[in-house]
Design a protein around this ligand. Structure first.
Ligand code: UDP
Length: 369
């Protein structure tokens, strides 16, 4: 493990998964020499980690905790312990965590245990669905954080309702907005992407799935894949390793996958480029629900609940893993130009692309980094 080498106070930025790299990339750049990136290793796959460091031109992590591929309890326990050790050897002014991952919960716990103030980026999201491990991770991070960076007023209200004091909250917007603005490829590059994937503008669906509720039960995964396969447009499905592992060994699921355009996980520019040119998206991702509000495309959210109510009824519709998927897709496809026109006129509820700047300013002001 390396150690930070600058004289002024440093901030540890703890991350471990694809969405955390995407949403912390600009903040790390803005913090410059003050940022010491610590990778927990929760996502260890190159396609989910290294390519995102490269896309955001981020410095290599100063430490790699290597806690991927284990149970949730083991990931949180091992990351907390390893990070605690690192923090004792490398004094920092604050520890930044993001979102709702095991890495975020572990980062906040370790910082708290080492008496270093935790900062929670993307604070105050609530699905109120206690079946989701992410809900518990984000509650832990919010309540331990000395600084909660809330993306929207909905999130602010959630934090206030849990009696988190006003002086620990700042309203920032969501850092994903500037990530999309910075990395969305220009029109010519998007046209080349369409050609490469053999699809046309607004003539395909882009889909992602990996949540346990959707992929762990072969019946549920089969239902989702059948719904996708029955759509009147080609469906590009970048396969998350978890989904690939669940579908790969089952001949019925593998044959359903064969009716879709299943590809390896895409780099961020490529994913955004395809999303911007798609007819619609179908996904169980959290971040995709936010990104579509910048890209002005509709998404069908296949989940039992969402912690992002800001986009429901405009950019997103929530449906269960069943016939609602095809019904909603066909409703939008039947009137697609009007749907796209309507969304093009709506602002994103997640901010104006300055969330990373506001977050960096709040960290500097409070912790002197
Ligand atoms: N994403 C990507 N390539 C892909 C699939 C997704 O870059 O092939 C991006 C997507 O734009 C979003 C993020 O990865 O920002 C979603 O990651 P994930 O679904 O793992 O996490 P969640 O957003 O649900 O926390």
């Amino acid at each position: 493990m390396g150690s930070p080498s600058t004289a002024h106070p440093q901030v540890a930025v703890v991350l471990g998964t694809r969405p955390e790299i995407i949403k912390l990339g600009n903040l790390v750049r803005l913090l410059g020499d003050s940022a010491a990136v610590v990778h927990t290793g929760q996502h260890f796959d190159t396609n989910l980690s290294r390519v995102f460091f490269e896309a955001f031109r981020l410095p290599d992590p100063v430490a790699h905790l290597g806690v991927g591929g284990d149970t949730r309890a083991a990931q949180i326990g091992r990351a907390t312990s390893a990070l605690g050790e690192w923090l004792r050897a490398n004094p920092v002014a604050a520890v930044v965590v993001q979102g709702d991952t095991n890495s975020a919960a572990a980062g906040a716990l370790a910082a708290n245990a080492c008496e270093v103030p935790p900062v929670h980026v993307e604070a105050g999201l609530r699905s109120f669905d206690r079946r989701m491990p992410e809900e518990h991770n984000r509650v832990v991070a919010d309540h331990l954080a000395e600084l909660c960076c809330a993306p929207t007023t909905v999130n602010l209200t959630n934090l206030r309702a849990e009696a988190i004091p006003e002086e620990r909250i700042v309203l920032t917007g969501n850092t994903v907005v500037e990530a999309v603005i910075d990395l969305l490829p220009p029109a010519e590059e998007r046209a080349a992407l369409l050609t490469h994937h053999g699809v046309t503008a607004s003539g395909f669906v882009l889909s992602t799935f990996h949540r346990p509720e959707n992929v762990d039960d072969p019946e549920v995964l089969g239902t989702i894949l059948s719904e996708l396969a029955a759509l009147p447009l080609p469906v590009i499905l970048p396969l998350h390793p978890r989904t690939a592992a669940r579908a790969g060994g089952d001949p019925r699921l593998a044959s359903l996958l064969g009716r879709l355009v299943a590809v390896d996980p895409l780099g961020y520019r490529e994913f955004l480029g395809l999303a911007a040119e798609s007819a619609l998206l179908i996904s169980d991702s959290g971040g995709v629900q936010e990104e579509v509000s910048v890209l002005k495309r509709p998404v069908i959210v296949v989940r039992r609940s969402t912690e992002r109510p800001e986009v429901i009824g405009t950019f997103a519709e929530l449906v269960g893993a069943g016939p609602g998927i095809g019904e909603q897709a066909r409703a939008w496809l039947g009137d697609l130009a009007a749907v796209h026109d309507r969304l093009a006129g709506l602002p994103s509820p997640y901010g104006d692309g300055t969330a990373s700047e506001k977050t960096a300013a709040a960290i500097r002001e409070r912790f002197g980094a």
